[in-house]
Write a protein that binds this ligand. Structure first.
Ligand code: COI
Length: 415
């Protein structure tokens, strides 16, 4: 198949790392007395895995797709609003009543954190307290009880340690931990659930925007020579600056809604615009405010920043914008470097003058935007070496991976 015969308009699909095989799932880190077992933990003896026992993993191929790991952690909370002792069980399917509030009425909150491996093998967690706090705020908005900060961090640590063999080697990716807080109890009339579940599971991840090649909606099946050739292309695409499409029909959030919290209900509504933008060859969608359709809001899974001269701007978190932990960290790093940082409404027309545009998010990291297309006009921005985006991203990753001193005490060593 000719390299040129690929239509790039059709080629951009999320890389699904489903081909990674795991061996027998056993581990030494399961613990604790099940209080409300999600599933009966399998009583089989747990084989002890060493942390480097994942020899078959092709870490280079990691994108941002679901890779099942060994264990997940869960806690339940009944009418009294208190979460009690949780436990680790094998990673696997969970069972709910069809009446579960999260399934019917979207009563649920997600979080996302990354665990990184240091050169010396240690494991680092980045600002887990901030994620716990954000879940608490989101839970209030969604009328749910939430785990304490301590319970949240404990669950994340347990999940990371239980899945230690899934933490990629330094420079090859991270172990993404997904905390979920959901209305698991049954409802029929619209109302808060009588029972809640807090669950954390893990998946190793690489670049969020890494893609596999598709042709005419079919994933390409390649010979080994072609895999080598396309492997190079996939790598390049992982680092390629984003091309964003400004969406004017669908909105992500509106005043008084839940755009400012990580409600599960924020993501379904963006899919139509996202799929359309991807089918046109764009990497992602840039949403505008729901009222004037004039001001930048955010991208499907990340916050947006612009740079003009020494001034870095980002939309304010006044209800429709998610208060990203990466957003907050980049603002703090930029201020420390002497940039002027403005949290303000940014008109889409200001893109004509921006020097750089970039996105931030836990999953996305700090990603350079090469172009934004608005009403058929493509605005281009500086990317690559010697950009502010690259400098900020390197500092952040340096702190997250233990290569740069953590002066702000953002990092927790967990192993
Ligand atoms: C994250 O950045 O961790 C997120 O939760 C975004 C997610 C929707 C992929």
């Amino acid at each position: 198949m000719s390299f040129r015969s690929l239509s790039f308009q059709r080629c951009l699909q999320t890389f699904v790392a489903s081909s990674f095989n795991s061996k027998d799932k056993t581990h030494r880190y399961f613990s604790s007395n099940p209080a409300f077992p999600l599933q009966q933990p399998r009583k089989a003896s747990y084989k002890i895995y060493s942390e480097d026992e994942n020899g078959e993993m092709e870490w280079e191929k990691l994108g941002f797709g679901p890779v099942s790991t060994d264990f997940m952690y869960s806690m339940k909370c009944c009418e009294d609003g208190n979460f009690v002792q949780g436990n680790l069980t094998h990673h696997g399917n969970i069972e709910f009543s069809p009446f579960a509030a999260v399934l019917n009425y979207g009563q649920g909150i997600i979080e996302g954190l990354k665990v990184n491996r240091k050169e010396n093998g240690g494991l680092l967690l980045f600002r887990p307290d901030q994620h716990a706090l954000r879940m608490k705020m989101g839970a209030q908005r969604m009328c749910m009880p939430s785990p304490s900060i301590h319970q949240f961090i404990h669950a994340v640590k347990q999940t990371a340690l239980a899945n230690i063999r899934w933490v990629p080697p330094p420079g090859k990716g991270s172990l993404y931990i997904r905390p979920l807080l959901i209305g698991s109890g049954p409802v029929l009339r619209v109302g808060p659930a009588p029972e809640y579940m807090f669950l954390t599971y893990a998946s190793p991840v690489g670049n969020y925007f890494k893609v596999l090649l598709y042709l005419n909606d079919k994933q390409l099946i390649l010979t080994s020579n072609e895999i080598e050739l396309y492997g190079l292309l996939i790598k390049l695409q992982g680092r390629t600056p984003l091309s964003l499409y400004v969406e004017e029909e669908e909105v992500r959030a509106f005043s008084g809604g839940v755009g400012g919290v990580k409600s599960v209900s924020n993501y379904g509504p963006v899919l139509k615009a996202l799929v359309r933008a991807k089918s046109l060859g764009f990497s992602d969608v840039l949403y505008l405010d729901s009222v004037s359709k004039k001001y930048l809001e955010e991208v499907s899974a990340s916050n947006i920043f612009t740079l003009k001269g020494n001034v870095i701007s980002t939309p304010p978190t006044s209800g429709t914008i998610l208060p990203g932990i990466t957003r907050k960290s980049i603002i703090e790093i930029a201020l420390g470097l002497g940039f002027q940082v403005e949290e303000r409404y940014i008109s889409v027309h200001e893109l004509t003058e921006a020097d750089e545009v970039f996105c931030t998010g836990t999953a996305v990291g700090v990603a350079a935007v090469g172009s934004v297309t608005y009403r058929g006009t493509r605005f281009e921005f500086k990317v690559g070496e010697n950009t502010v985006c690259q400098a900020l991203g390197s500092i952040l990753v340096g702190i997250q991976t233990g290569l740069i001193e953590d002066k702000e005490e953002w990092i927790i060593n967990i192993h």
